[in-house]
Design a protein around this ligand. Structure first.
Ligand code: PLP
Length: 438
């Protein structure tokens, strides 16, 4: 597409000057494949950015969006409502753990995170515990790019140079290749370190000052790191013990990624709130959500005046009827094709076996999997750290495979609709690419 002027769109998280030298333009997509402008197919083993869980180009979603656009494209959500948003909220909570029955829609994961923080503050304030203002997050965690989420970031590059909330403490990150290498599913080590660190933070700050803990059940942008055995149960117990809210950031782990609708269901741990986005409607129309316990909403309502909004917060496009219509159509597919659970069945097993068979590749120091997530970590050997991953990433792309490099960890999250044949194709293209680089 030589006619494209590349100067005006400043792309997010992109080395724009390098991009202009070597543009990578996708022009269409179908099923598990993206297609470059020169026609080359690229197997999308990232499901877009963890969002196209149903694969690309689902006709049912396109039809639902088109119909909704012509029937009711938009109506203000402040003091008004539309049927698709109410219907979608009702159906969404049926997939959540018991007790989580309320939905606050946003447009993105970042907005969902900052909304959850404000709900948490409001809840503590409403119950007369306004002193509980601090947050606990985790190193290597990623919680979007708004000011709240940036403050909770455990990834240094995403915080550096930006003003952040000072009232955040960090639990240790989950990357522990020395002790946990080549675990299948949940690794063995890490829960005790988390527990010790949690108690230390509480001892220093005081439980009466801590509002909430927010963590990704599986650390995604930090390198695809499943929680160690009993980690999430322990964190729930600690939050209960110290009267602290627990928020699961499920922007990546939601909608079938782990082998259940949400990681909360998968690990049998009910947080007080779940933040979701991305695959909420198959990655088609921007949308996010905070899914919360009815009891949290009730406390805020009980404290609020009956003549004003109970929560002074919200976005113009929150619960957009078009995004909700896409969500309803996506839920139909998730349910009818049983995609929420396929990661814990035969497909998940095939995926895990395929990934772990990569251990014979050069310089592999760890392989991790959970549901339909995976990561292969490389020793950068004589190269500077974090330069091998980008090299492998580029070679994969040249060979028709889109995966993600997080430093020297190659991270994968295929569409849940991927076939075994396509998983084989992934293995063939990945192996070939790694061997060409190393
Ligand atoms: N939280 C997590 C765990 C994420 O992985 C992301 C995005 O990758 C976000 C929040 C932010 O979502 P968005 O990019 O939709 O703002």
């Amino acid at each position: 597409m030589s006619d494209l002027n590349l100067e005006h769109w400043w792309q997010p998280f992109t080395n724009v000057r390098a991009f202009r030298e070597q543009p990578r333009i996708f022009s269409r997509a179908a099923g598990s494949f993206l297609y470059r402008d020169d026609g080359q197919d690229v197997l999308d083993i990232t499901a877009g950015l963890w969002c196209c869980n149903l694969g690309h180009g689902r006709r049912e979603i396109a039809d639902a969006v088109q119909q909704q656009l012509m029937e009711l494209d938009y109506a203000p959500p402040f003091q008004f409502g539309t049927a698709p948003a109410f219907r979608f909220a009702e159906r969404l909570v049926k997939h959540c753990p018991d007790g989580i029955g309320r939905v606050f829609f946003t447009n993105s994961g970042s907005e969902a995170v900052d909304t959850a923080l404000k709900i948490a503050y409001s809840y503590q304030h409403a119950r007369g515990k306004a002193e509980k203002r601090r947050f606990i997050s985790r190193q290597q965690g990623y919680h979007g790019v708004n000011v709240g989420g940036t403050s909770l970031q455990g990834l240094p590059n995403n915080r550096q140079g930006f003003p952040v909330l000072a009232e955040v403490d960090f639990l240790p990150g989950l990357l522990d290749i020395e002790r946990n290498a080549f675990s299948r599913g949940c690794p063995k080590f890490g829960t005790q370190e988390m527990l010790k660190s949690f108690e230390e933070i509480v001892a220093v700050r005081g439980a009466d000052k801590i509002c909430a803990v927010i963590i990704e059940p599986i650390s995604g942008a930090g390198g695809m790191l499943p929680p160690p055995i009993d980690y999430l149960k322990t964190i729930r117990e600690l939050c209960d013990k110290h009267d602290i809210l627990l928020i699961f950031d499920e922007v990546i782990t939601g909608f079938g990624r782990t082998g259940s609708a949400f990681a909360a269901n998968e690990f049998g741990v009910t947080p007080d709130m779940i933040t979701a986005a991305k695959a909420i409607n198959g990655g088609t129309v921007p949308m996010g959500a905070v899914l919360l316990k009815d009891s949290i909403q009730q406390v805020i309502f009980d404290h609020a005046s009956t003549s004003a909004p109970e929560f002074f917060h919200g976005n113009t496009y929150a619960g957009s009827p078009v995004a909700a219509a896409a969500g309803l159509a996506a839920l139909d597919i998730y349910e009818s094709e049983q995609l929420f659970t396929c990661g814990s069945g035969a497909k998940g097993q095939y995926w895990a076996d395929t990934l772990h068979a990569m251990s014979d590749l050069p310089q592999v120091i760890d392989i991790r999997n959970y549901g339909l997530l995976g990561a292969v970590s490389f020793d950068h050997a004589e190269l500077p750290e974090k330069t091998l991953g980008p090299k492998i990433h580029q070679r994969c792309l040249d060979n028709g495979l889109l995966c993600r490099a997080v430093g020297d960890h190659m991270v994968m999250s295929p569409p849940l609709s991927i076939t075994e044949q396509e998983i084989d194709l992934f293995a063939e293209r990945f192996r070939r690419s790694v061997k060409q680089v190393l």
